[in-house]
Design a protein around this ligand. Structure first.
Ligand code: 13P
Length: 265
């Protein structure tokens, strides 16, 4: 089943980058490119996920962008509301600061920062309850791919969250990002054929879980750059990109957004 009528998303995940002065410049450059552009915000949802400390600043700076650019949190607490949780930021506090979008389940958080399935489910539940839109990340390691387990691993990661997402939330508040771990920051991209094949499997799995499966946006992430964006965007079940390194360059990020906005028109 094809999701080709879905409005694409292009989201820049800045990870633990850049310093404040560079971030200010990057946003300014990106806004200037948007001023000159033909990207219609109805044709492509664009988002930038800065560090926690830069969320508010980024949100303010993007409020004067010529088209809507969402500020996306890179993470959210597993704890809800307010309380004695040192270092944590809840979904309610993000929403209170006008941050409505959040990444959950990035492989760097799963592998380096101890986000277990139970923790991810708590984060997801709280963010959904607070009305946020979630970009839920899945993806297999190189070892898992070489053992022929890629599909199984990814579909399991999707099934992991089934019990905390209801049908209405699937339709309005969830985007999936497939990021094969071996393609993240390595310069190696999954071929458009391999990425499309996995996206088709994810879509099939989603369609079994929810009546809205055919309309959920599926983003690809892992060394997306202007050079491969057009080809990836042409795949019927690739409805956008989650971009790391290339989103730290305004021109590259803009070109990727343009590739997706144009391909899905
Ligand atoms: P790169 O685009 O740098 O490979 O990072 C992908 C990613 O992890 C986005 O979340």
């Amino acid at each position: 089943m094809s999701g080709s009528t879905i409005i694409p998303w292009v989201v820049g995940n800045w990870k633990m980058n850049p310093i404040q002065a560079d971030a200010t410049q990057l946003i300014q450059q990106f806004k200037t490119l948007l001023t000159q552009s033909t990207i219609d915000s109805d044709a492509c949802h664009i988002g930038i996920a800065p560090t926690l400390i830069a969320l508010d600043r980024t949100h303010q700076a993007l409020s004067s962008a010529p088209c809507k650019v969402y500020t996306v949190a890179q993470d959210v607490s597993r704890f809800a509301g307010t309380g004695a949780y040192t270092g944590e930021t809840s979904a309610e506090l993000l929403v209170d600061s006008q941050i409505q979008h959040v990444l959950i389940g990035h492989s760097e958080r799963r592998d380096l920062l101890g986000d277990s399935v139970e923790i991810l489910k708590a984060k997801l539940h709280n963010a959904l309850q607070a009305g946020m839109t979630i970009i839920y990340c899945v993806g297999e390691s190189l070892e898992q791919r070489e053992q022929g387990l890629a599909e199984q691993v990814v579909l399991q990661q999707i099934c992991d969250i089934a019990s905390v997402v209801n049908d209405e939330q699937w339709s309005k508040q969830v985007v999936i990002a497939y990021e094969p771990i071996w393609a993240i920051g390595t310069g190696k991209t999954a071929s458009p054929q391999d990425a499309q094949a996995m996206h088709a499997k994810i879509r099939e799995g989603l369609c079994q879980m929810t009546a809205h499966g055919a309309r959920i946006a599926l983003l690809y992430g892992g060394s997306v750059k202007p050079e491969n964006a057009v080809e990836l965007a042409a795949c019927p079940d690739i409805n956008g990109a989650l971009v790391g390194g290339a989103s730290l360059n305004a021109q590259s990020f803009y070109q990727i957004a343009q590739a997706f906005a144009q391909s899905k028109q």
